[in-house]
Design a binder for this molecule. Sequence first.
Ligand code: BG6
Length: 477
Amino acid sequence: MHHHKFNDFPQDFLWGAASAAYQVEGGWDADGKGPSVWDLFTKLPGKTFAGSNGDVAVDHYHRMEEDVALMAEMGLKAYRFSVSWPRIYPTGRGEVNEAGLAFYEKLIDILLAHQIEPVLTLYHWDLPQALQDEYGGWEDRRIIEDFERYCVTLYQRFAGKVKYWVSLNEQNYNLTNAYQLGTHPPAVQDRKRFFAANHIAFLANARVIKAFRQHVPGGLIGPSFAYSPAYPASCDPKDMLAYENAEEFTNLWWLDAYCFGRYPQAALAYLRENGEAPEILPGDLELLREGTPDYIGVNYYYTLTYTDNPLGGQTMQRINTTGKKGTTPPSGIPGLYKTAPNPHLETSNWDWAIDPTGMRIALRRLSSRYGLPLMITENGLGEFDKLAAGDRVHDDYRIDYLRSHVKACQEALQDGVELLGYCAWSFTDILSWLNGYQKRYGFVFVERDEQGGSLRRLKKDSFFWYQSVIASQGKQL
Ligand code: BG6
């Protein structure tokens, strides 16, 4: 046990940055890779900002060594990336594609050579299209076995090299878009199917965590959850109830299923009443309890504030994908809750509330309810960046955002939270799923837009800022 002053970050704190396969790799059909649901979905007219897609993305697949060299220069302690399932199994199952495994093995080896801890995400939304076509992907229990086979392939190959694993990335956000808003593939809007698909994803998550214990002794695994803590708009009991409803329906539904192996009571009662509850078969809840995580990955961007929503009131609305500030309508479930603006908080151009205290609150709520270690697996600011004279990018707004959130981590440590690390989103600029290339997150600017570009890598001001944060162990913020 090492000792550290209360306001210090632990010696082994994982100062990291993150990415996801579809958003950075490109090489969409390279070396035997099969198509994912995103390869097809982004080609349908009107689905993404300006028709952007990840065919090339930032070409990380071909520039991996250059990117890792930049990570090493920065002094990064951890790099979170995702494996593309259809690179490993082009049609979801069957013959393993050795070239796909070899790509990730090389990435992992180069990271380790630079003392950068790999944090491997098993699933960041790029489902093999073949499984969507064959049985409807997450809507069929057959996916549990296919997902397990794919995960075990990675466990067996990388058990000795990778200690930190993420099972499902943002199941809540991805499936809400996929089955309620119709904005991610397969673009369905049906609440019953939404809860059914989630139930199957919980079972798959538990199965691969259970298998992990056999194959990766000493490793740690958990899902990454998109946690937007709920606030009440006021102390009016109506708003308090709306906030309680929202916290159960938008957060605890997933968190309790992952960590307790059960669904929150009031939400489950409501869904049963409405005929929207998932079918729970004998053995399901036992499996959930056998596959609880070692830690919770937290993707934190913003809090949401809730108010009363009458029957016949506001329904679910899609988010701002244009960067035109102030264009996000309120969204909710009639009779339960709807979002309201928070007058105390500034927002980004995409209307996301900037709330570092909300991250401290998020970490405290999770730590006290579940008693598990936590890792910030994503946190960052998506903004328009301008390339300035001398190939510089002066992203002081991003530095301000990150600094205030790193401080919130420090405060959460003082509050007694066991925090393993902080992975900023993202290392290089990325393709933002629905927002194209104009919504940038990286420490490293990539010269490209919706039409393409040179793909040159340029260090932003935030790169040098984070470099000194890491070098000073968080003392120089
Ligand atoms: C999370 C995802 O939703 O947040 C990332 O895990 C994503 O893949 C990030 O890029 C930021 O969201 P967006 O929509 O601004 O790209």
